[in-house]
Write a protein that binds this ligand. Structure first.
Ligand code: SF4
Length: 265
């Protein structure tokens, strides 16, 4: 019954929001508790300002929902592009683990670093196998390295909170990011990005993505076989954003891992 009530609130865009059912389903989950305690309760004024900006952002969009299916910039495209154009800002590229190649019948067609984890042979030591040549993470990270972008392979909502949302709200370590997500996650992550004060460019997957909470939650727990892809339009947008930064002054040749984040060096 409560499920139907929150579904109805989403359908009616109650208070211009589409995350009622997600919030209700997330209520007792570890990732929500963690974010509530360590971000919202610890930083009440940033939370109040973030929620106010989030609400303004949603209200300013006439019809936000279809836009989740393409891309969305916080606070807007122009400001975001200005921000990342400044060489001192190193945007983090957040790439879903579901982009990794995966074939349950054939190991040679699957990522050698495994599936639902933050690992990648190429990011860790520059090595590649044949399967890596067709992997989106390899292509994006290689370009990102030239432009001085750090790379993070996203797994669960809890790890996302620990690895970059909390470091951003506590210490401002990740002021800008380019995140590849399923359209469903785009709407779910928006409030936390505003609360943490992170400017972001969100690109939604074109295929293979989770469409509703149950699927999303399974993927959050590491259970996802479908491989996601970006549309041609989104890929062009992504590579355009990365290239806009030009080539990094330091000409990085490899990545250095700190926790789960890979920094070019
Ligand atoms: S580039 Fe990294 S993520 Fe992609 S297949 Fe190779 S090891 Fe896996």
């Amino acid at each position: 019954m409560l499920d139907r009530l929150f579904e109805k609130l989403d359908r009616k865009s109650f208070l211009h929001l589409h995350i009622w059912k997600f919030v209700y389903r997330s209520f007792f989950k570890e990732y929500a508790r963690l974010f509530f305690l360590k971000a919202m309760l610890k930083h009440p004024s940033k939370t109040a300002a973030g929620l106010r900006d989030y609400h303004r952002f949603i209200k300013s969009k006439e019809n936000l929902f279809p836009q989740y299916k393409k891309f969305l910039a916080i606070p807007n495209e122009e400001t975001f592009e200005d921000q990342i154009g400044q060489q001192k800002t190193r945007p983090m590229l957040g790439l879903g683990f579901c982009l990794k190649p995966y074939d349950p019948q054939d190991n040679t067609r699957s990522c050698p670093s495994g599936r639902a984890n933050h690992d990648c042979l190429y990011l860790e030591n520059g090595e590649t196998q044949n399967v890596c040549q067709g992997c989106a993470i390899y292509r994006i990270a290689k370009k990102g390295m030239e432009s001085g972008c750090s790379v993070y392979i996203m797994t669960s909502a809890k790890d996302i909170a620990i690895d970059f949302l909390l470091p951003q709200i506590n210490k401002g370590l990740f002021p800008t990011s380019i995140l590849l997500l399923c359209p469903y996650s785009v709407q779910a992550i928006l409030p936390s990005l505003f609360i943490c004060g992170m400017d972001a460019f969100l690109l939604a997957y074109d295929s293979g993505y989770c469409k509703e909470y149950k699927e999303w939650r399974l993927a959050d727990l590491g259970d996802k076989e479908n491989r996601t892809t970006l549309s041609k339009e989104s890929s062009e947008k992504l590579f355009g954003l990365i290239s806009q930064r030009g080539v990094s002054d330091t000409s990085p040749q490899s990545f250095r891992r700190e926790g789960n984040i890979f920094y070019p060096e």
